[in-house]
Design a protein around this ligand. Structure first.
Ligand SMILES: NC(=O)c1ccc[n+]([C@@H]2O[C@H](COP(=O)([O-])OP(=O)(O)OC[C@H]3O[C@@H](n4cnc5c(N)ncnc54)[C@H](OP(=O)(O)O)[C@@H]3O)[C@@H](O)[C@H]2O)c1
Length: 331
């Protein structure tokens, strides 16, 4: 038996290239215990790195990227799953250190799988994908630290990207007033359609003022961009406000002072989607099913196939992909 997959290969001169190839089933990871007929995967920032062999995430070539997928169990050596079960996988370094979801078949550890969320199809689950799952984790962390809709505006950075789009839609649906930061003025209408109350041009929050504290502006924040933008926002947080630090699309350095933490009791919350325990995953997917309107999910999603991924992998690293891309691996 064979299956199609995006294979990233490395040549002797160290250059990597990605292409769709037909592989025999015996090339799947031998020490996995569940084989899944993948139906959909998606495109995340990390996939852009893995498809292009960047960021040191992939150490062994040839490699099948795709950090998440949803599909149907085909064979299982683990009692928790049986053929026909619908499952989803995000994280656990699948697609980085283990062959991932840019394939019609994947063989993974049973511990990494969760049942498909009730009320969502495999396609809808991958429209959400790792980016949307992480956005939900960020919103849950902000809520756990006391954020409520009546406390004021919640800032979402990298708003037209994957994490940002889903965070904007969920927060707006929960009754929060969302201020959406984007560097793409042409996406204002799209973001307002997802529920953003106002658009903040990226330039306005890209450069720290140099003051240790500024006017208290944001009740909460989801930061997909990191770097100088995070340093700009911390002094602008309201008293006891929380910032969920999700990503580094704008850089991984953070130069700031401790003053917002000491004088304003600001919380900086680290968000990791990769190693979340099973119970947290189920809780987050249940919240996604209830708090992310399907209509908005459909607005933010575009369709793609395996052959589109080498190009899309380059585009997402340039910040040129809007919302979520859902990949039909059988298209
Ligand atoms: N912690 C975790 O577990 C976890 C999980 C998923 C993702 N992430 C991280 O979260 C980040 C976003 O992921 P994603 O999949 O949503 O990526 P994405 O779709 O590319 O979104 C990132 C957005 O950030 C903005 N941006 C890009 N480059 C920028 C720059 N140089 N300066 C300022 N803004 C910039 C763009 O939004 P605008 O055009 O609207 O400005 C872009 O659409 C990535 O760093 C990713 O690695 C982390």
């Amino acid at each position: 038996m064979s299956f199609k997959a995006v294979l990233v290969e490395k040549s002797e001169d160290g250059k990597t290239s990605a292409s769709v190839q037909t592989l025999e089933d015996d090339r799947l990871p031998a020490d996995g215990d569940v084989t899944v007929a993948v139906e959909y995967s998606t495109l995340n920032y990390k996939d852009g790195l893995c498809v292009n062999g960047l960021g040191g995430l992939v150490r062994t070539f040839p490699h099948v990227p795709g950090i998440d997928f949803a599909g149907t169990v085909e064979a299982s050596d683990d009692a928790r799953f049986k053929p026909g079960d619908k499952v989803v996988l995000t994280g656990w370094r699948v697609g980085e250190a283990w062959w991932g979801g840019y394939a019609q078949k994947a063989r993974v550890k049973a511990d990494w799988l969760v049942p498909l969320p009730t009320g969502l199809s495999t396609k809808q689950t991958m429209m959400v994908g790792t980016a949307g799952f992480t956005a939900m984790l960020a919103v849950m962390a902000l809520e756990a630290h006391g954020l409520k809709p009546d406390q004021g505006e919640v800032l979402v950075t990298g708003a037209a990207g994957g994490v940002g789009s889903v965070a904007t839609a969920i927060l707006a649906n929960l009754g929060y007033t969302v201020a959406a930061v984007t560097g793409r003025a042409e996406q204002a209408g799209y973001l307002e359609g997802l529920g953003a109350g106002r658009i903040v041009p990226r330039d306005e929050v890209s450069t720290p003022s140099g003051k240790v504290l500024e006017r208290e502006t944001w009740a909460g924040c989801v930061v997909a961009v990191g770097g100088a933008m995070l340093a700009t926002i911390l002094p602008q947080m309201k008293y006891a406000g929380s910032v969920a630090a999700v990503g580094l699309a704008g850089g991984n350095k953070l130069e700031t002072t401790v003053i917002p933490f000491l004088l304003r009791a600001v919380n900086l919350l680290g968000i990791d989607s990769v190693m979340q325990p099973y119970e947290n995953r189920i809780a987050a997917w249940n919240r996604i099913a209830s708090d992310l309107p399907i209509g908005k999910l459909e607005v933010m999603a575009t369709d793609a196939g395996l052959a589109d991924l080498p190009g899309l992998g380059r585009d997402i690293l340039k910040g040129q992909v809007r919302g979520r891309v859902v990949v039909d691996v059988n298209a």
